[in-house]
Design a protein around this ligand. Structure first.
Ligand code: ASP
Length: 436
């Protein structure tokens, strides 16, 4: 097949054109036109993905768990998954701290720029602080309480409740395991069939991905330009952005390949070719939750992770595993402290690791969630949380990048778990990414 007919190239073309259009539109003041006539196509693409996320998790997880056939296996895979997720997030956090301490990006921000940023973004910063306060006021076990839904329809009504859907699906799956085969068969067949339909729908939606990605990027970049000099901001905060980008690149292109090389037989080139559609959608949407259907399809069809493993590991990962977000939070926290002239002792930096590890579990898989959790981390180490005003202006761009790392981390862990369970079947034509 010629390269331009391959989906991942078409998405890349959409992405590049979207970037170019966005920059031109920002310079020419086409923000309103773009918002009215181009943005909606991106929104429709995202909504379609979000629309199928809940039924997809429900159907694939129920059939996945039911096919595990014994509960011991389920708890073994569960323990392994959570353990590896915590380990990769820990690596990301330590990496972030090392980079920010070596590069010291906060020491290069001139006083006048700092004051201007604090003034411009003080209102937005206050809104994020308020959102963080609501999360903070909860008891220590609230995160576990939140996982258990009181009503299935209420939890299925919002994609933010993905963890509740995961809980419900595993619960139903366990019920099916415990039931004699012929009793559970009708319900299982229903979910198997629903699963097949949803997989077809993902294929259909992915046909439109090049346009969706173009529209999403065009609109995001055009509106950033309208907000007043994001490009100027990028220059002022350049060193900070470079620190985050270096960290994300190391995590994505060194840490994950090293783990894959050590624990799985996959070829790194094939792995990255296979997951490219998921990375591109993650970059354009800034939401690992919305990207989930693409993440699952890439992991299963292109990397060879069994459905049993992917349907369990990936929805869980999309909600609790955020390596890119953790890395960014570690850098941002120390950057803000450096900018306001605070020296963070080792104990404070360890507190960052601990709080960020917990925060990444509670961070919603939607755009901009990471910066709200950053407020909590800042408060834990005594850095003024109004300091997020310093970095708000460039947060959207970094959000796009960290979401790519988040999604790559999820697929890496799914591949490792699948390999350790003998459930990795590398496709023979591993270099053919998801074909719609
Ligand atoms: N946008 C990120 C995600 O969905 C979360 C964040 O860091 O804001 O993975």
């Amino acid at each position: 097949m010629p390269w331009y007919k391959q989906l991942h190239w078409q998405i890349i073309i959409g992405l590049v054109l979207g970037l170019i259009y966005g920059v031109v539109a920002a310079a020419q003041g086409w923000g309103d036109f773009t918002n009215d006539w181009i943005g909606p196509f991106g929104t429709i693409f995202l909504r379609l993905l979000m629309l199928i996320a809940v039924p997809l998790v429900l159907a694939s997880l129920i059939t996945g768990v039911a096919s595990l056939s014994d509960i011991q296996k389920l708890s073994r895979i569960g323990g392994k998954t959570i353990g590896i997720y915590l380990a990769t997030t820990f690596i990301a956090l330590v990496l972030g701290l090392v980079i920010v301490n070596v590069m010291k990006p906060g020491e290069t921000v001139p006083q006048d720029v700092r004051e201007r940023l604090e003034q411009t973004y003080s209102n937005e910063a206050a809104a994020r602080q308020e959102a963080a306060e609501q999360t903070q006021d909860r008891g220590p076990l609230q995160a576990f309480v939140d996982m258990v839904p009181g009503n299935f329809f209420a939890s299925a009504s919002s994609n933010r409740n993905m963890l509740q859907i995961v809980f419900f699906s595993i619960f139903i799956g366990i019920g099916l395991i415990l039931l004699p085969e012929e009793k559970g068969r009708p319900l299982l067949s229903l979910f198997e069939s629903l699963n097949d339909v949803i997989i077809k729908l993902v294929d259909l939606i992915m046909y439109t991905a090049p346009i969706g990605v173009f529209a999403l990027l065009a609109n995001t970049i055009a509106s950033m330009g309208g907000e007043g000099g994001v490009f100027e901001l990028l220059r002022a905060l350049g060193f900070y952005c470079i620190a985050v980008v270096i960290g994300l690149m190391i995590q994505t292109f060194l840490t994950y390949p090293a783990l894959l090389k050590s624990f799985t037989p996959v070829r790194i080139v094939d792995f990255f070719k296979g997951i490219a559609p998921a990375q591109l959608v993650a970059f354009s949407s800034s939401s690992s939750g919305a990207t989930l259907p693409v993440t699952m399809e890439c992991a299963e069809e292109n990397v060879g992770v069994s459905e049993e493993v992917s349907s369990f590991v990936l929805p869980l990962g999309a909600t609790i595993n955020m390596d890119g977000t953790g890395l960014y939070q570690a850098i941002a926290a120390v950057f803000i402290a450096q900018t306001v002239g605070m020296d963070l002792a080792l104990s404070a930096q360890l507190t960052i690791v601990f709080t960020a590890l917990l925060a990444s579990i509670g961070t919603a898989a939607v755009p901009g969630a990471g910066i709200i959790m950053l407020v909590i981390i800042l408060e834990a180490v005594g850095v003024p949380s109004a300091g997020i005003a310093l970095i708000l202006g460039v947060d959207r761009i970094l959000d796009m990048l960290r979401t790519v790392t988040n999604v790559t981390g999820d697929i890496t862990v799914a591949t490792i778990v699948a390999s350790s369970e003998g459930q990795l079947q590398i496709p023979t034509s591993a270099n053919t990414p998801v074909q719609a």
